[in-house]
Design a binder for this molecule. Sequence first.
Ligand SMILES: Cc1cc2nc3c(=O)[nH]c(=O)nc-3n(C[C@H](O)[C@H](O)[C@H](O)COP(=O)(O)OP(=O)(O)OC[C@H]3O[C@@H](n4cnc5c(N)ncnc54)[C@H](O)[C@@H]3O)c2cc1C
Ligand code: FES
Ligand code: FES
Length: 1310
Amino acid sequence: MSCPPKSDDLVFFVNGRKVIERNADPEVTLLNFLRKNWTLLIKYACGRGGCGACTVMVSKHDPVSAKIRHFSITACLVPICSLYGAAVTTVEGIGSVNTRLHPVQERIARSHGTQCGFCTPGMVMSMYTLLRNHLQPSEEQLMEALGGNLCRCTGYRPILASGRTFCVESTGCQKKRTGKCCLDLGGNDSSSLNRESDICTDLFVEEEFQPLDPTQELIFPPELLRMAKNPEKQTLTFHGERVTWISPGTLKDLLKLKAKHPEAPLILGNTSLGPAMKSQGRVHPILLSPARISELSMVFKTSDGLTIGAGCSLAQVKDILAEQVSELPEEKTQTYRALLKHLKSLAGQQIRNMASLGGHVISRHCYSDLNPILVVGNATLNMISEEGTRQIPLNDHFLAGLASADLKPEEILESVYIPHSQKWEFVSAFRQAQCQQNALADVSAGMRVILEEATDTIKELSLSYGGVGEATIGAHKSCQQLIGRPWNEQMLEEACRLLLEEVSLPGWAPGGRVEFKRTLVVSFFFKFYLEVLQELKKLDSHHYPEISDRFLSALEDFPVTGPRGVQRYQSVDSHQSLQDPVGRPIMHLSGLKHATGEAIFCDDIPMVDRELFMVLVTSTKAHAKIISIDLSEALELPGVVDVIKAEDIPGTNGAEDDKLLAVDEVLCVGQIICAVVAETDVQAKRAIEKIKITYKDLEPIIFTINDAIKHNSFLCPEKKLEQGNIEEAFEKVDQIVEEVHVGGQEHFYMETQRVIVIPKAEDKELDIYVSTQDPAHVQKTVSSTLNIPINRITCHVKRVGGGFGGKVGRPAVFGAIAAVGAIKTGRPIRLVLDREDDMLITGGRHPLFGKYKVGFMNNGRIKALDIECFINGGCTLDDSEQVTEFLILKLENAYKIRNLRFRGRACMTNLPSNTAFRGFGFPQGTLITESCITAVAAKCGLLPEEIREKNMYKTVDKTIYKQAFSPETLIRCWNECLDKSSFHSRRMQVEEFNKKNYWKKKGIAIIPMKFSVGFAATSYHQAAALVHIYTDGSVLVTHGGNELGQGIHTKMLQVASRELKLPMSYMHVCETSTATVPNTIATAASIGSDVNGKAVQNACQILLKRLEPIIKKNPGGTWEDWIEAAFEQRISLSATGYFRGYKAYMDWEKGEGDPFPYYVYGAACSEVEIDCLTGAHKKIRTDIIMDACCSLNPAIDIGQVEGSFIQGMGLYTTEELKYSPEGVLYSRGPDEYKIPTITDVPEEFNGLGESGMFLGSSVFFAITDAVAAACKERDIVEDFIVKSPATPEQVRMACADRFTEMVRNYCLLS
Ligand SMILES: Cc1cc2nc3c(=O)[nH]c(=O)nc-3n(C[C@H](O)[C@H](O)[C@H](O)COP(=O)(O)OP(=O)(O)OC[C@H]3O[C@@H](n4cnc5c(N)ncnc54)[C@H](O)[C@@H]3O)c2cc1C
Ligand code: FES
Ligand code: FES
């Protein structure tokens, strides 16, 4: 093999230390470089710039302003070669638990802003970068800085609370941040607070935080400053194996290089090139980097416009435009304002910092937010090449890539000229995405009109749309035909008709949703029409017509505001010893380590000697016979060691109907067929592209529940519960029959599935480090796969970066396949799933289709309810039978209905197998019950809350499966929620608002919850713990629970501390290991802390009992004295604790049992506002009341409440899985699959106690309440078909109006 030519030295700094890379590979990203070469623990979670987990700060000298710029970036998209002359700061560079913590790190941990901690380093670095630029930021800046960072655990509120402590308006009183102190929370609230002297609202003490001292920060390296001031003009070249990076020092050299390599792309932010190269596997042999060319960052302001260098980042563009807007009169800045509006919501801060204006324009993404505005704003592109300069208009011809309007291959874009607007010219921008921030738009638009001076006659009109075709589309014909028309209703009507004909491609648009997109095309124009009218009114209030007050709300966008709220919890008894930590808001044990990046997750374990990397090969067919697998080319590639196939499995290949590795037949796209092992991850990934598998399609192919029902394709028998006489009851009542659809949900734990298997030299022993909720299951599966006894296998779980049920069953599959690889090769194996593979392979929450028939009286009393539901289980059984059982057992929720019938079945389809997910069927099933209540209310002309209250359990009673319980706490939670949320007065305010506003509607809903805890099987109700006391008095606690972020280790030490009467500082939990506590049950079903806490308590009590005689003898002695004496007296200082829990049983034949140890109760009230024209919604306020009984740790429990609420809110409002017609999952990353971001948290978020996902449905029902108000006003008689998630599309299309009507008519005619 020939040696690559010699590269230049790549010089940059990491955490104050100089890096000289002699052989920098352009394909290596900063993320991989830092993890592999520097063993820094920066986190990988998506690899596409969409989650912010890998955020670091980059500092560079800006040649134009001659200042140092600090900006956050996502390291997964940054090639190291782009860092020449830059200083990189990672979370490890700003503080450490061993030396000094940075205030950002300390505050996020002490404010309980970390749960699993996987997102925390990224959060810390986003906040840190903000503080490097603004010592006392505003809240708006804080929200903006964190907008690109996802967290799946916390619900964001505590993270923001920590950031707020740095903000200008920060105050010590958390309640003051609601805008009202505890004493002015409203009549009810203030009096109840005074009465409730045992209620606390403080979760941390701000006064104890160390101050932010900017003098302590790392300085920009003087060497880099010198380099920047005397820039190297010479071209730098970095040769990699496949790609050469050329970074010229002058514009002249760049143009020369571009002429020589016309096919080579320019690489700036790499936010467009990078993801495309990754997803399409495309390699550009030469990349030209203009990073050192200051001409591309120039900004020129002239009397008629603004010229912005193509190399300016979008964040810089935003600042430049904001400056222009503040300097120039409003009439001149119409286009700049429109661009600014979209620059606030385009991606997250990190992407805006990296992405360049030139890259954005040239990428010509069909979803672009800026190009439609630049087109209507008449922007011009300044091109430059060795031949000279020329200008081309930024128009749709250019954006469509027409050769006549395009840049030439040897040209580059130097700058973009955006002219000022003028008087009587109006420019607006619109966009609608799945959620408000950090989501690609479904439709974006730029609109501009010039009116004849002092008239309403159209002189010039341009309308440009993104998201409706393969490129940004202009509506030239429509605009042309409207010239000369007055700006009035008739013009509006005509414009909509013309637009529908011209803009919407018949039957097709990127991402589908054709009818919705068409509706947005005209709805946006209507908004523009009103906006212009309003501006005209401002210019001449007499001449132009009034806009009715009821219509004005169409104009307001929902502002991005940080959540406010109060978290109240029961304080400990005043007599409780100060040393006893139970019931106190103790910080998560790993909180500080999460914040410094020193918390070790599975893939952070350093490479072990001779380690190999494994990558899985999956099926591309939904149902097919495997004809052949050709591995020959893959095996010849450098570094490839082996390919693991089903034949290599020494023991059992999974279950007959659920194989670990496919044999002969595949049942879904994403099914694992074999696995490549290679020396590096890059080699393994390249090899899988060379494996050729031929298939023969098989029939039937089933994807949907409806198809499964048609084909009678089920995974297990029907589950049924019945009480009363349903048929007889239906004869005497009014009835409604409806259908409900609930979509599935991806776990989206931030840490993807990971495992390291290390074979030992002796006795076939294996050490397995795995991210799992159930290490014993991994151990057992590996044992049967390898055919070796369980006692040879030890599974270790230090911590898990989020599980939510997704790491109960699946990790065993990955552990077993990796173990086969380890045994076959005799070498350690590391398997880390990419986000795309994780989402493709692992399945998620079961989608549900339910039908209900409800019989009721006119007063709202429900007499009979018959629910039949089907869940989509995917291609194998997995947990689908248990999910069906749980679903049926929990369907009744909080209601006593005498005549009931619940039936459920799990459908078998050709999709990846769905599995356990927080709530285990409850969040899907109960949505049917609550939808049914809402429907009854609508039919009876009553409010849903009245129907809920009327039908709720009132006295001690029995459930449908005849388990006795008392609803007292349920009723208390309900009443308290009504009271604390001031529900009834707000219901009236909502109605008032709705009367006054036609285009915006508010909705409010309150939902009760009765949630059964635990598994419906006795063997699951047990736990063990092992507690050692060492001779220095320190205590090691181990137990069967796994730390998933839910703070179980913290709670266990709180228990041990109380029992041993010893401070927590004496204690430690090292890991969960199958070698210390065997035969554990999965940490799931909300009982982990209960059962393991009892086991820890038991072990501590045993030890204390043994110590009692010694303590009695020397009561004044210290703990250390007693331990020393115990050792001398040969008293065992180690004890196993055991908890033999609840005896659960369920007899499905009889339909009765005692399946659950207890219930938790709660209620949540949410209020939202919807935009009827776009389908967007704003969450105004949520109040959650949960009975947590005696919380072991209120800070942790409140965190769990908020986190699961937000996750539930995601399920019901934004998280939508999309498949191709061939059953390929499209939504395989954060860009396609939208989990809630920081801007999705309700503006006011008040909580108490511990909760479940299901309460997130209060947002869903508030949305349906608002939709119902819109429908009522519009006299729409059809019921709103309940479909979760209530996406903007669902909401917009349900709020039918003249525009949806136009679209329907258009569709009928075309
Ligand atoms: C997570 C994420 C979220 C996003 N969200 C949004 C969003 O909400 N809305 C939206 O509109 N966009 C969004 N984007 C897209 C983003 O705006 C573009 O990727 C970005 O603007 C491209 O700029 P870049 O500097 O990274 O381009 P690069 O990837 O570096 O380059 C892209 C292309 O432009 C060419 N090029 C670059 N500069 C020049 C030049 N001066 N002359 C000639 N050719 C040039 C290159 O040759 C290359 O082909 C998102 C992207 C990501 C990764
Ligand atoms: S891992 Fe880099 S943004 Fe997600
Ligand atoms: S703490 Fe944020 S993802 Fe777990």
